[in-house]
Design a binder for this molecule. Structure first.
Ligand code: ARG
Length: 671
């Protein structure tokens, strides 16, 4: 290696090429060949722009396009694979002394087509070229690969939930037994985590400050005196536009940092999964059996089935986090703009990408192979009835009987101590009198429990009795709704975002400057949004139909429930195929009103009847008993609970008011 590199003209023979160690030290070809497709694509867009503005001829462009096309085909046909360097069967154009992917491809082009090839680098530097290649690779290759691997993992969790969902197991906090849960709920938890990662992936793919802007045309640092059309190359390469500052565009690696963070977060999530399932697989727990392909034996101990694959997922997360830390450290001391330090970004990023992708794929296979075993779980740790998993459920049972939660907590605490002192391991072993004695001792003698208390005890009963959206049990609003919704994570996030917008607007309208609170009366649903449809375009058109139909009723929204106008409106929507129940239709309208999207329409056609103060407080109590608070009253119309409320009110007040009148009164109750 005694000839200078083709671009080192000023140094005339004294350069790194004269020292083999220096040549090896400075090269990035050994790891950057995977940018070849991005590099060629960028070069073609650049050449087309050069021809467009008249800096090269149409013939030059044709030669460049043909040459680069041939080079791409040669690279892809290399027997050792497109990325292999310096081994038999590698593409011969990969020459280490040319340093990197960019110079190798350019040199091969010049060798192939001669002078036109020497015009390609007009108005360009390797600094904007490599920044571009990295973004193209991230956007078109890396992010989609991670995204699709994550989609498979998400599906594997759904599949596991379908297979093993109802199996009851303990949930833990502090790794101490907490409350009963289900395998389905655990799957929903992991799914939520990885769905967020997939969503972050999407955000990065479309991020205005990252993968949406093109660095090409920034040159080495300060731009070019030539009339480059940066907007044209940006458009041709699928960017929203050119990066604003040529200095920043060549100096920044923020898109690499963001992606390395995404990979690290995925790796951390995978590591938590691995840790959890390693514990689940121990003899002590025994909750879980992994497919035998994903365990290994011991060279010495014949009985062993070690969870090595999970351990490696946990272990390799360290490498990925290490890459992120290295990248951050790499950038922190760099003056503007490009410095050769930045060449190391690819080594780190590619390694983190390969490792994370491998780990996601491996995790999907492991999840698909996992078998939870209810009988082992029932027996583990002395039995599922150990650890007082139902203690919180008992406290909440007392709350429903009117005991303040703090007192209920104290009562159940005393009952647990009572069990421990008398050699009983479960609350269900206590007698009814013992429950009542403890309630009495806490000063709530007017509350008594009967034998029905046993129905809320023991883990399986509790798992079936959870009510709050997103709970860990088996009933409605838990994992079954998630499985049944069968929405993609994007749709769920859209729903969540729409719900958040509603609540923000609502809080803003009510109480400017106050902290954001969820919109009261948001319908009870696992995803915090309307029942259906999930598709947002369909949602918008349903909303438009709803608003139009509502305006025809000529009544205010609070005056509308339980009227013939409402029934007519609903019938009309049904025949138009809206597929909404009366309750859902009204709740959508209420949400539209909260979001400020419902035009004021009509007037109150009826005045609410007069009632006494006592009757008003009775009504207030009934609403609170049924919904938890006055703020939740919008849930009531066309809900079966409202029929009960009408009946209870009329009975206790000796009245015969219609559902419409009672709703008018409820809507008018002051908070
Ligand atoms: N291989 C180099 C990198 O990855 C390309 C840019 C080199 N630029 C330069 N001015 N030496 O960063």
């Amino acid at each position: 290696m005694t000839t200078p590199k083709p671009w080192e003209h000023a140094k005339a023979g004294e350069g790194s090429a004269t020292d083999p160690l220096a040549a090896r030290f400075v090269e990035s070809l050994s790891y950057d060949t995977r940018l070849y497709a991005a590099d060629i694509r960028g070069s073609i867009a650049h050449a087309q722009m050069l021809a467009q503005v008249g800096l090269i001829s149409r013939d030059d462009l044709a030669a460049i396009e043909r040459g680069l096309g041939e080079i791409q085909r040669e690279i892809e046909a290399a027997p050792a694979g497109p990325r292999a360097v310096g081994v038999a069967g590698a593409w011969p154009g990969w020459k280490i002394d040319l340093e990197d992917v960019h110079m190798c491809i350019e040199a091969a082009l010049i060798e192939k087509i001669g002078e036109p090839g020497r015009r390609l680098h007009t108005g360009r530097s390797r600094n904007d070229q490599v920044a571009l290649d990295l973004r193209l690779w991230l956007r078109d290759e890396a992010a989609p690969a991670i995204h699709s691997a994550l989609s498979e993992l998400l599906e594997a969790f759904k599949e596991l939930a379908r297979r093993c969902g109802p199996i009851v197991l303990p949930t833990y906090t502090h790794l101490q037994r907490a409350q009963p849960g289900t395998v389905g709920a655990e799957c929903m938890a992991w799914w939520s985590m990885f769905a967020r990662d997939a969503n972050l992936c999407t955000q990065q793919e479309s991020g205005e400050w990252g993968l949406l802007a093109s660095p090409l045309g920034s040159g080495a640092v300060a731009g070019s005196l030539l009339p480059l059309d940066r907007a044209a190359t940006a458009r041709a390469l699928g960017f929203a536009g050119p990066e604003m500052s040529s200095i920043d565009a060549t100096a920044s690696r923020d898109e690499a940092l963001d992606f390395a963070y995404l990979l690290s977060r995925i790796a951390v999530h995978l590591s938590r999964l691995a840790e959890q399932w390693i514990i689940y697989g121990t003899t002590e727990f025994g909750f879980l059996k992994l497919g035998s392909a994903f365990t290994t034996g011991s060279s010495m101990m014949p009985q062993k089935r070690n969870p090595d694959m999970l351990e490696l997922i946990r272990g390799r997360s360290a490498n990925v986090i290490g890459s992120l830390t290295s990248l951050l450290t790499l950038c922190k001391g760099l003056p503007l703009a490009y410095n050769r330090d930045l060449q190391e970004d690819k080594r780190l990023l590619f390694a983190a990408f390969d490792t994370t992708l491998d780990c996601i794929v491996m995790a999907s296979r492991i999840v698909a192979s996992a078998e939870f075993d209810q009988s082992r779980i029932d027996a583990a740790g002395g039995g599922l009835d150990r650890g007082y998993l139902d203690a919180t459920a008992l406290a909440e049972h007392l709350v429903l009987k009117g005991v303040p939660f703090r007192t209920a907590h104290q009562i159940v605490g005393a009952l647990v101590r009572e069990c421990e002192a008398t050699g009983r391991h479960a609350l269900s072993q206590l007698r009814v009198e013992e429950f009542n004695a403890a309630i009495h001792a806490a000063g709530y003698g007017r509350v008594v429990v009967d034998r029905s208390v046993y129905d809320v005890l023991n883990p399986r009963n509790v798992a079936a009795a959870y009510k709050s959206a997103g709970h860990a049990g088996t009933g409605p609003l838990g994992y079954r709704d998630w499985l049944a919704a069968d929405a993609t994570h994007r749709e769920l996030f859209e729903d969540a975002r729409a719900a958040a917008e509603r609540s923000v607007r609502h809080a803003g309208a009510d109480n400017a400057g106050a902290p954001t609170v969820p919109a009261p009366g948001a319908p009870a649903s696992l995803f915090g949004a309307d029942d259906h449809p999930r598709d947002s375009a369909a949602r918008r058109s349903t909303d438009a139909a709803l608003i139009a139909a509502y305006q025809q009723t000529g009544r205010t929204l609070d005056d509308l429930p339980y009227t013939s106008e409402f029934d007519a409106m609903h019938a009309q929507l049904q025949s138009a195929g809206a597929g909404l129940t009366k309750r859902a239709a009204l709740q959508r309208l209420q949400n539209l009103r909260k979001a400020g999207k419902l035009p004021p329409a009509g007037r109150s056609a009826s005045a609410p009847p007069r009632i006494s103060e006592d009757e008003e407080s009775l009504l207030r109590e009934l609403v609170i008993a049924m919904t938890g608070s006055l703020g939740q009253r919008d849930q009531l119309p066309y809900d079966p609970r409202f029929d009960g409320l009408v009946e209870a009110f009329n009975q206790q007040a000796g009245r015969e008011l219609s559902p419409h009148d009672i709703w008018r009164l409820v809507a008018k109750l002051a908070k």
